[in-house]
Every structure is written in structure tokens, then in C-alpha cells.
Design a protein around this ligand. Structure first.
Ligand code: ZN
Length: 311
């Protein structure tokens, strides 16, 4: 059986204040808060997951909120923009909403024949809303203020900024089976046809861009989606065969993961569909309760006492 990379699984970024991050993504953008847990390596801090109703791969945006972390700079060797798909006809709604909530809109325009609005979250993380040429038929999460006619259906694309795109492109094409789609200026677009959505990776070539470290408002890594652990381990062999280092399989509670740094400096993860976010709470309860991995359950009281309030 041929194993496939099925587009983006999730994207993980760094935020400053937890409540500000929670408010922006649940209220302003209208995403569902699908999991409230802790950073497994630093259980005094949160790990947030936002997505659609069930946390489908291709909709999952995760944050490590560190109270008061300094704001970072976008640079080379990192993902630098998250593209969300929104329905045709939704831009008036979003433009008004961004004015109402004082969201920093950084530009509007057209890329590869698709209109976009570029903006930043409260930590300066670059995001875009994009109207895809081919209608995105994924079912969005709806809130009182952000209904299905305007709500995002999930990721459209991720942009990686690189000093040189060639070696990264080779990982996408040779290992992940992405195809070159086209070039606009210094933006090189790659996509997989194994999935209909969250299928695009843009490589932005910026030879003079500095490498910067992760801080508030920067993206830590992008995870690509595979079906199961068998596929995960098959890709581990392919990455090793390219002469790159890759981790052992890691249990992330809601998926299994591998991490490797691609030659352009971006941290890539491969993550499985299984077991998913309803493993420790029902779909209707997702995000309602603080979920802790088994090793921290005995310290729940102390952990709850130090985590910032979201109320
Ligand atoms: Zn991840």
C-alpha cells in the first residue's frame, strides 16, 4: 500500500497572554476551542488547540501561550503566514469585524488568482483569509457572531520563508509527493492532490532574511498529516533515506508524531489522524475541561492553581 501525506495536519505557534489568545481565536475568528491542556514539557503553561467541531486535521491551530513572552520577529527558516479559507462573499463581514475589534490588517490583494486579506493576531502572528478558486466544502464551526456564510472552513495554506527554496522544495516533492503549481514573484507554490483542502505550501524565497528565534507571534512548526502509525513510520524511513535526522515516534495523546528539521531550517512534523481529540472527552464537551496527560493528573490541583484564568 502506498502511504500518502494528506496536506496540513496542524500548525503550532507561540502566544503571549493566554486569555488574549483564547479570546481572539474563539471570539474574533470564531474557531472552536477543542482542547485545553498543558505543555507536556512545561505543565505550568497551557497548550491550546483551536479547530472545527471535532478538530479535523487541516483545521487545527495550536498555541503555547507564555504569559508576557517577548514579541518575536518573522524570519527565514520558519513558517511565516497561516492561510485560512473563507467563503466567497465573506470579505465585507471580515473587513467590518476587523475594524470593530481593532485587528491590524496588513494588506489585501490577489495571489494565484485568489483574493486575500492579510492581518495579524494580537501577538503579531501573520494570518490571511483567502477565498479559494475552488469552493471549499468543509463544514465550518459556527458561533453566534460568525455564521456558516462567513466562517473559515480550515487551512488554505502555510507559507514558509526561506533563504533558498530549492532544498525545501525537494523535500515537498520527493518525500511528500507535492507538485510545483506556479510562481508569483518570490513566492513558489506547491500542492498535493491527495487531499482537496489544506493542500498548499508556499515557499517564499528571501535570500537576505535573517534567521530569528521563536518568540511571541511566531510559528514553531507545521505538521503534515498521515493516516496512521504505519504511514508515519514509512515516512520516517523516507526522511532517513534523505540523510536527515528525525525523532522517534512520540505519543501526543491526540495523535502520534515525528519531527525533523528540513534543510531550509523549518521544523516539520508528521502527525497521524488517530486517535483524535475525542479520546478523552466527548465531541460536545471538547475544550470545556482542563485535560492532563496521565503523568500530571496527580498534580491537577497545583497545575490548575498556577494556570492563568480564561474567564
Ligand atoms: Zn505539532
Amino acid at each position: 500500500m502506498e502511504h500518502k501525506v494528506l496536506g496540513i495536519h496542524h500548525i503550532t505557534a507561540i502566544a503571549g497572554y493566554a486569555k488574549r489568545n483564547y479570546d481572539f481565536y474563539t471570539k474574533v475568528l470564531g474557531l472552536r476551542f477543542i482542547k485545553k491542556t498543558v505543555n507536556f514539557d512545561d505543565p505550568k503553561t497551557y497548550h491550546f488547540y483551536f479547530g472545527d467541531e471535532v478538530g479535523s486535521p487541516g483545521t487545527i491551530l495550536t498555541f503555547f501561550p507564555w504569559e508576557g513572552v517577548p514579541r518575536g520577529k518573522q524570519g527565514s527558516g520558519m513558517p511565516t503566514e497561516i492561510g485560512y479559507a473563507v467563503p466567497n462573499g465573506s470579505f465585507d463581514f471580515w473587513t467590518n469585524r476587523f475594524t470593530e475589534y481593532f485587528v491590524n490588517v496588513t494588506g489585501t490583494g490577489t495571489r494565484f488568482g485568489e483574493r486575500y486579506i492579510a492581518f495579524e493576531d494580537p501577538d503579531g502572528l501573520p494570518l490571511t483569509l483567502i477565498i479559494p478558486k475552488i469552493e471549499d466544502n468543509r463544514k465550518p464551526w459556527e458561533t453566534d457572531e460568525v455564521g456558516a456564510k462567513v466562517a473559515t472552513t480550515g487551512f488554505h495554506s502555510i507559507t514558509l520563508t526561506l533563504r533558498s527554496v530549492n532544498e525545501t522544495a525537494e523535500i515537498l516533492t520527493d518525500i511528500f509527493d507535492y507538485k510545483f503549481v506556479g510562481q508569483e514573484g518570490n513566492r513558489y507554490r506547491y500542492a498535493t492532490n491527495h487531499v482537496a483542502n489544506a493542500a498548499i505550501v508556499d515557499l517564499l524565497e528571501a535570500p537576505n532574511e535573517m534567521r530569528t528565534g521563536n518568540a511571541g507571534g511566531t510559528i514553531h512548526h507545521v505538521a503534515f498529516r498521515v493516516k496512521d502509525e504505519e504511514a508515519l513510520m514509512a515516512f520516517r524511513e523516507k526522511v532517513l533515506a534523505k540523510g536527515l535526522n528525525i525523532t522517534q515516534k512520540i505519543d501526543r495523546n491526540y495523535f502520534f508524531s515525528l519531527y525533523f528539521r528540513e534543510p531550509g531550517g523549518v521544523l516539520f512534523e508528521l502527525a497521524t489522524d488517530n486517535p483524535g481529540f475525542s479520546i478523552d472527552e466527548s465531541v460536545s464537551e471538547l475544550g470545556k475541561n482542563l485535560k492532563l496527560p496521565a503523568q500530571y493528573e496527580g498534580h491537577r490541583k497545583q497545575i490548575e492553581a498556577v494556570l492563568p484564568s480564561l474567564a
